[in-house]
Design a protein around this ligand. Structure first.
Ligand SMILES: [Zn+2]
Length: 741
């Protein structure tokens, strides 16, 4: 039995001896509490009545769900409807929205629907029913333990010393934010998502593990625990202060991960980026690539990029669990933050950001409805997002649309809303182009749109950076834990390429300009070969990619102009580094000339390490051309610049087959590297000096046409282990050493 004290909701259940000292002025009422729907309350809450959910029915009518005594509800004087009497605990109630078509049909008869407003169902659950519902394709909102807090925060100043209005930030295009957006690399995001969705092993607790599910409780919660460990170790390696935040809610328990990057002048103001790490389905393989490996990968990438900059505000990187059972982890997290008095000025929740199957590349941003106390701050966050898209060159890749709807409560921002923190949800086109594999084992990488995902993450991280207010780049030399976003030293100075038609080539007549390297920036002779480029426009002769880019640069080979209408001459391309190659990077070049334009009528293909090309004079001879008219593209020249990757994960050796005396092993090696791979043996793992070398291989991993795009090569080795007897046991270890170029 519950006892209600006063008209505010002080509910104490069971025996609480220590509460006998409550002030006597609080008068006890013995009234049965009911769960009711109260209409026309959508944008304005009142302290007169405890509210646990703000919703909008199919007809657009706003209403609240309350748990209170009937007389209190009547006194509130709004239209109401009792839905459950007597009421249970708030956490017994779930509001359900169909996320995958057919969920309602499949659930018919399995749950008692207390209220169907045409848009969503209200049900009362026991035990683990919530997992069954999520498996059917529902999104879940569980009523929070305590009523919604409804207080107005301070206005959000977008730049600490500047604009109070979101619209004005465009005036201050920030080169640091531009740099940050460029540092969010597709290769990096993809690798992290691969590991989170179990397509590639991740390292947790020092061991390689395959995260084949991140369900909050599946398989004794080991997989999601591994995923949380993987994430927390990545964040720790960045030098952030990381902690687990345990939660217990709705019959479940788990742990959130929180990493903190302390700010400067406004360090007591916190901006939060949050995503839920857990996924569905509740049993079997659950890659959860889009829902919500995508948001989680973006949070980890945000940390790895933003860690290299200093900010005015403090940044919290948060991964929560228990979302699929009704926002369980985030509800506890946000409530604890409120209790602790944390001044979270802006919360950006990323949930499902990698699905885009039909153009345009829409994404949705959800704020409260007009009238909510956090509404204007949320609009400031959402407008910052749309401004970042416009200001940093993402307009062609993303089409953001802002919705003001307090009833959009199906992700973790709602837990922050319930504490009156200004929060927005950023999500793919919910309602028009939503993931068809929602909560199924087919929510995998193959169904993600990686280009859309990358642009989405760039915009989100640019938004976070803008809200936090970057002040400068900081030297950073923690362990590199991810593939690619390492910026050596100052962040500038990666090699810049230059390619020109080579000195000595036999085009039509002598061309003195070919010898004048200093003149090469201009194009004084129309008979020069030129490299026109995608996407940088025509006549680009130097490689002007951002210094941290791994995007392969493609130039088209064309004749700008010839003295004759047809050329039949040989040509050479010459390459040089204008600033010298970067020791942390690998440069490869691929030249292809189409056979229909060669005298031999064969395709010409040349793939090599660009350093080696330059070291030997920089010339690449092209075959004799025929029938090439002015402006015809007769071939391509691709240049790759990748970061040297020393991640130990890539030294993973896999056994393919073991025969009588041989083991056939494979492992990955980065193209363009010079490596020494050594295998050691020992009979006693406890003796650190017990290792002796067994066999080693020196390899130059040369680029070729098949590995040029991926930048990786699989090496196969046949190891003869016939010398090793079964007893004593022999242990093997593998070491890789990178040698210079
Ligand atoms: Zn989700």
């Amino acid at each position: 039995m519950s006892i209600q004290l006063n008209r505010r909701l002080f509910v104490f259940t069971g025996v609480c001896a220590s509460l006998c000292i409550l002030p006597l002025r609080i008068e006890a009422q013995h009234e049965i509490r009911v769960l009711a729907r109260v209409d026309a309350i959508g944008s304005v809450l009142s302290s007169e009545i405890p509210v646990y959910a703000l919703l909008q029915d199919a007809a657009g009518q706003s209403y609240a769900l309350t748990i209170a005594g009937e007389s209190q509800i009547e006194a509130f004087d709004r239209p109401f409807q009792i839905l459950d009497k007597p009421a249970g605990q708030p956490s017994d109630y779930l509001v359900l929205r169909e996320g995958r078509p057919g969920a309602k049909k499949a659930a018919a008869g399995r749950v008692t629907v207390l209220h169907d407003d045409g848009a969503q169902w209200l049900v009362r659950v026991t035990g683990r029913t919530s997992d069954e519902l999520a498996d059917l394709g529902f999104m879940l909102y569980r009523l929070p333990a305590k009523p919604i807090v409804w207080t107005a925060p301070q206005p959000l100043l977008l730049r600490p010393t500047g604009a109070a209005s979101a619209a004005t930030i465009l005036a201050t295009y920030d080169p640091l934010v531009a740099e940050i957006v460029n540092h969010v690399q597709q290769t990096n995001l993809y690798l992290t998502l691969k590991r989170l969705s179990g397509e590639e092993p991740a390292i947790a607790w020092g061991n390689l593990t395959n995260i084949y599910t991140r369900h909050t409780t599946a398989m004794s919660a080991i997989p999601v625990t591994n995923a949380a460990a993987f994430a927390s170790e990545q964040l720790q390696a960045l030098g952030l202060s990381v902690r687990y935040c345990g939660w217990s809610n709705g019959g479940y328990s788990g742990r959130n991960v929180e990493a903190v990057q302390i700010g400067g002048a406004l360090s007591n103001e916190i901006v939060v980026i949050v995503a839920h790490l857990d996924d569905m389905p509740s049993s079997g393989r659950a890659p959860g690539a889009d829902d919500n490996g995508s948001g989680s990968a973006a949070v980890l990438t945000a940390a790895s990029v933003l860690r290299q900059y200093a900010f005015d505000r403090t940044i919290y990187y948060v991964l929560v669990t228990g979302e699929e059972q009704g926002l369980l982890g985030s509800a506890v997290y946000a409530a604890n933050a409120k209790t602790a008095g944390l001044n979270m000025v802006a919360v950006l929740n990323l949930d499902m950001i990698a699905w885009d199957s039909v153009p345009p590349p829409t994404l949705n941003l959800y704020t409260h409805s007009v009238g909510a106390p956090t509404y204007s701050n949320e609009m400031a966050i959402a407008t910052t997002f749309t401004n970042v898209v416009a200001a940093y060159g993402l307009t062609g890749s993303l089409a953001p649309v802002i919705y003001n709807n307090s009833g959009m409560v199906w992700s973790d921002h709602a837990s922050f809303w319930n504490q009156s923190y200004a929060a927005i949800l950023a999500i793919e086109a919910y309602g028009s182009d939503f993931n068809a594999y929602y909560h199924t084992s087919n929510d995998n990488l193959a169904h993600c749109n990686v280009a859309y995902f990358t642009a989405f993450a760039q915009a989100a991280i640019g938004t976070l950076a803008t809200l936090a207010g970057p002040t400068n780049r900081i030297p950073f030399d923690a362990i590199e834990v991810v593939n690619s976003d390492w910026i050596p030293g100052s962040g500038v100075g990666a090699g810049v390429f230059f390619a020109q038609h080579a000195d000595g080539a036999t085009e039509n007549g002598a061309d003195t300009q070919d010898r004048a390297w200093a003149d090469a920036y201009t194009n004084p002779n129309p008979a020069w070969l030129k490299i026109s480029s995608i996407p940088y426009g025509s006549e680009l002769r130097s490689d002007a990619r951002p210094t941290n880019s791994e995007t392969i640069f493609r130039g088209k080979l064309a004749v700008v102009a010839t003295n004759a209408s047809i050329i039949t001459d040989t040509n050479r391309l010459r390459f040089a580094f204008l600033t010298g190659p970067d020791s942390n990077r690998i440069y490869t070049v691929k030249i292809h000339v189409d056979g229909e334009y060669t005298l031999q009528s064969n395709d010409f293909e040349f793939v090599q390490d660009l350093r080696e090309v330059v070291a030997s004079g920089g010339h690449v001879g092209l075959p004799s051309l025929k029938q090439v008219s002015n402006g015809v593209y007769y071939g391509t020249c691709d240049i790759g610049a990748r970061f040297l990757n020393r991640d130990s994960t890539n030294c993973l050796t896999r056994t393919i087959i073991a025969t009588g005396s041989n083991i056939i092993m494979t492992l990955a090696a980065q193209v363009g590297t010079h490596i020494v791979d050594a295998y050691d043996v020992s009979t006693n793992l406890l003796d650190p000096d017990g290792w002796q070398s067994w066999i080693s291989y020196t390899n130059d991993i040369a680029p070729d046409a098949t590995n040029f795009e991926s930048g990786w090569q699989t090496i196969t080795r046949v190891l003869d282990y016939s010398d090793f007897t079964a007893s004593p046991a022999w242990f093997f270890r593998f070491k890789r050493h990178w040698t210079d170029w």
